[in-house]
Structures are given as structure tokens and as C-alpha cells.
Design a protein around this ligand. Structure first.
Ligand code: COA
Length: 458
């Protein structure tokens, strides 16, 4: 089990200059002052062809990225690449195709910006299970600089990584340089990755509000689906909720439960709500008892306030949090994730609309597998039965040509729509087909039955 404590980085490297040693190690403010610079000056150190590393969501430092983009726009640098994961700021290298060739992004998991650039051809994409990315960084990615926002330095000279801990341990260990942007709006996460002032090469200060996730609209259908799943979740279960309206609706439907635990990839608003109302106390977990475990948090200011100085939440590296062998250690592990479509075999697409890129695999497969291996565990993939105003069934005879299979037919467990829950895992093809058709929208059931018969599936 990961140490339930603050995690100072083990990175050797930049450490103290001779002058700094003489000034007494404890005078961290002097070291800080010596490394303090501006975003423009730090961006000025970036050279042609550099590869830049960042962690997910609000770990990204928008002021520094903009300063690098401004240099690219002026034609001062070219061939610079940057790796992103869940881009939540309007990054210029995704928004502006005129930077193509000078400053390009490559995405492990896309929001609107990366989506536009990847589909447009000036952004690249890196397929991966989220839990494998730290290992990939160690093996394959020579980041010339790792850039991250941090909370203000503590009296011991440490900066906390704030709300995100997924890639920072591997990245800090591997990158040639570290530039940190101190933002006093970043919460100080105490049970999370820390970096010492001696280990960083440049410090920039930028006070700004963190990006927030607009609250999801929980409509009647999402609430119905959330209600079905909530019925399947016993008191004392440990939950993971993915991205999207239905995982959020499920979270809200769990408010009447007791002694729930959280072991999740993304810590969300509905989870803060569950903690606040007492439904979650983490008391029945087999590992990290008493603590919420996540690899990053993203949502409203309420989440960031909750994390600040709070020893009840651990923000740990994704290679640990998303490892199915770790996830399954908690009994009654329940994972809830969304999808775009599913075929009659049970193959789940959650990352493209046909050939059009939408997001990434993220932790969906990791949590499906971890939940299914847990004693009493279950995994739910949930979505409304139709898309585009009821014109398209999300249960299809075959996946749309070009659609990416996120969760395989062998991993899938339960599929949920507003018409009920279909059990698939371990069942024969014909039983899967019947179960899936029974939860398809009634308007599409005859067509699905016809197609299934045509293929000899039933
Ligand atoms: N055919 C055509 N369009 C479809 C569709 C389908 N079968 N299913 C969804 N869409 C469209 C929607 O209409 C919507 O388009 P719009 O933005 O123009 O309105 C868009 O795709 C997103 O669909 P929606 O259902 O609103 O998405 P969501 O916010 O609930 O997120 C995923 C769903 C699948 C994108 C999201 O869960 C995800 O990124 N998953 C990645 C894998 C994962 O689960 N990782 C673990 C997370 S911790």
C-alpha cells in the first residue's frame, strides 16, 4: 500500500549551488528568490525542438504555456512539442493552427481543445491506459522541461502539486528541468506529491482562479439511470465515478447510503457532496481506510477548498491508483463510467464518434477490470439509450465503422440505460444480445433483433 503521507520527490539533480549551501540550507526563501523569474524569461529558455511535459487538468500552468506560445507566434522557436492530459485551459497550440510546426500539442486524453486539434490534423494523440503513462514517460519520453503549477512553498521549502498527482512523480524523476508556477489559488494537498525548492530550475508566480468544470445538468433520464445503479450499490461499497452526467447523477443518487468509500481516478463534485452528507466515510475500505484516494481532482472551487490542507484525501500517482491489482483490494468495488456506443457483443466505445476523435481510454478499462476482480465488485457502463435527439441508438449491431473499442467484450460487466441493466460478463453471445436489446430504446429493438437474427446471434 502506498505510503499514506506527503510524498517528497526523490529527484536528485538541480539541488543547491555552492553559494546556496553556504547560505544555510534552511534559508529556503533566499533560494526561492534566486530562482524567481517571469513567465516570459522562463519561456525564453525554451529552445527549438524541445519536448515539454505536463500533468492533467489544473496542474497545467496557463501563463507559462501562453508565454511559450507567444514566442512561437513571433517565430522565435519551432518544432516545440508539449504533452497534455485533459486540457482544461484554452491552450494556443490547440486553438490556433497557425502555430503548427512551431508549437504542437499531443494529447493522452482530450477535452474540447485537443479534440479540435487532433481532428484537424495539427494535434497528435497518444493511445494509452492512463495507468501506463508514468511507465511510458520513464521509458520513452525525454522531456526537456516539466512544467507544473504548485501551491505556495511551505516553511520546509516544499511545494505541493495541488489537485493532481498522476504523472508528476515519473515526470519529475525523468525531466531534464523543472519549472514551477506558484499559484496561491492552488490548494495545498498534504497527502500528495511534493517538490522541494532545491529541485526546481525556475519559479514563476501567477495568481489566478483554477479552471472549473461547469456543473453537469442532471436530467430525468440521467437521474433514472443513476437510480438503477444506486440500487446495486450496497452500504460499505467503494466507488469510482467516471466523467460525464450519468456518473455524476449516480453520485447524487448515493446520498442515502452509508459507510461508502472512494478509490477513484478523478475526484468530482458529487464525491464532495457524498462526503459532506456523511454517505462516504471510507470506514469499510480494505486499503487506505479512512481516506479518499484519487489521482487527480477537477470540478468546482468547492473541490479545491476541500483538498486544501486536508489529510483525508490522498492524491497519488496513477500507476498506483489505477492499477487493477490495487483497485480490487477494496471489497465491493463499484465502477461507473459512460460511453458513446456498444455493439451486440458488448464492445464499448467511449472515445470516438465513428472515426472522429472524442477523448481517450483514461481509466475506464483499469476500473472495469479492478472492480470485476474485487470481492463483490461490479462495473457499470451507463448511457442514455439514444443520441442526437433520439435518432441514433447507442446500442448498435456493430460499432460504427472507425469507432474505437475502449472496453472489450471480455472485460465488460453491466451496461445500463434508462430501460434497465443488462448483465453481460461471462454470459453467452445470445444471452448478451437479448439482455442488450431489452435495454435498447423501444424504437430500435425490432431493428436490433432483425440484425442479430441475420447474423445468427440469436
Ligand atoms: N453517436 C453520435 N454522437 C454521440 C453518440 C453516438 N452514439 N454518443 C454521444 N454522442 C455525442 C453527444 O451527442 C455529445 O455531442 P455534443 O457535445 O455535440 O452534444 C458528445 O458525443 C458527448 O456525449 P455525452 O453523452 O454528452 O458525453 P459525456 O459528457 O457523458 O461523456 C464520454 C461521455 C464517453 C465522452 C466520457 O465518459 C469519456 O470521455 N470517457 C472516456 C473513457 C472513460 O470513461 N474514462 C474514465 C474516466 S475517469
Amino acid at each position: 500500500v502506498y505510503r499514506a503521507m506527503a510524498r517528497p520527490s526523490a529527484r536528485a539533480g538541480a539541488i543547491f549551488t555552492d553559494k546556496e549551501r553556504k547560505t544555510k540550507m534552511a534559508d529556503y526563501r533566499e533560494i526561492y528568490a534566486n530562482k524567481l523569474t517571469t513567465a516570459e524569461e522562463a519561456a525564453g529558455r525554451v529552445q527549438d525542438g524541445w519536448l515539454i511535459g505536463m500533468d492533467a487538468a489544473v496542474a497545467a500552468p496557463p501563463a507559462l504555456v501562453s508565454a511559450i506560445a507567444a514566442r512561437a507566434a513571433r517565430g522565435e522557436i519551432s518544432g516545440v512539442k508539449i504533452d497534455t492530459l485533459l486540457d482544461v485551459y484554452p491552450f494556443e497550440f490547440y486553438a490556433d493552427d497557425s502555430l503548427n510546426g512551431r508549437f504542437n500539442g499531443s494529447s493522452w486524453f482530450s477535452s474540447a481543445g485537443a479534440r479540435k486539434a487532433v481532428n484537424g490534423g495539427w494535434g497528435d494523440f497518444m493511445p494509452a491506459y492512463y495507468r501506463d503513462i508514468p511507465g511510458d514517460i520513464q521509458r520513452l519520453y525525454d522531456h526537456d522541461v516539466y512544467i507544473t503549477e504548485v501551491s505556495p512553498m511551505d516553511k520546509h521549502g516544499y511545494f505541493s502539486m495541488g489537485t493532481v498527482g498522476s504523472l508528476s512523480e515519473a515526470s519529475i524523476d525523468k525531466a531534464k528541468r523543472i519549472f514551477v508556477v506558484v499559484n496561491d489559488k492552488q490548494p495545498r494537498a498534504v497527502c500528495a506529491q511534493q517538490i522541494h525548492v532545491s529541485q526546481v530550475d525556475a519559479i514563476i508566480e501567477d495568481s489566478h482562479d483554477l479552471a472549473v468544470l461547469p456543473p453537469t445538468k442532471i436530467d430525468e433520464i440521467s437521474a433514472t439511470i443513476g437510480g438503477y445503479i444506486a440500487e446495486q450499490i450496497p452500504d460499505g461499497a467503494c466507488i469510482q465515478l467516471g466523467i460525464g452526467a450519468i456518473p455524476d447523477a449516480t453520485g447524487i443518487a448515493l446520498k442515502s447510503k452509508h459507510d461508502l468509500g472512494i478509490h477513484t481516478e478523478m475526484f468530482t463534485d458529487s464525491m464532495v457532496e457524498l462526503i459532506a452528507c456523511g454517505a462516504v466515510n471510507n470506514s469499510k475500505k480494505q486499503i487506505h481506510r479512512g481516506k479518499t484516494v484519487t489521482t487527480f481532482a477537477f470540478g468546482s472551487k468547492r473541490i479545491y477548498d476541500y483538498i486544501d490542507d486536508n489529510p483525508a484525501i490522498e492524491i497519488l500517482p496513477v500507476n498506483y491508483v489505477n492499477d487493477p491489482a490495487v483497485i480490487c483490494k477494496n471489497d465491493n468495488m463499484i465502477s461507473i463510467n459512460a460511453a458513446v456506443e456498444v455493439d451486440l457483443w458488448g464492445q464499448v466505445c467511449a472515445e470516438s464518434i465513428g472515426t472522429k476523435h472524442l477523448s481517450g481510454t483514461g481509466g475506464q478499462v483499469d476500473f472495469v477490470r479492478g472492480a470485476c476482480q474485487s470481492r463483490g465488485g461490479k462495473s457499470f457502463i451507463a448511457f442514455t439509450s439514444t443520441a442526437k435527439g433520439g435518432t441514433i441508438s447507442k446500442i448498435q449491431p456493430i460499432l460504427t465503422p472507425g469507432a474505437l473499442c475502449t472496453t472489450s467484450k471480455n472485460d465488460v460487466d453491466y451496461i445500463v440505460t434508462e430501460y434497465g441493466i443488462a448483465q453481460l460478463r461471462g454470459l453467452s453471445l445470445s444471452k448478451r444480445v437479448k439482455n442488450l436489446i431489452s435495454i435498447a430504446h423501444p424504437d430500435f429493438r425490432d431493428e436490433l433483433t432483425f440484425e442479430a437474427k441475420k447474423r445468427g446471434m440469436i
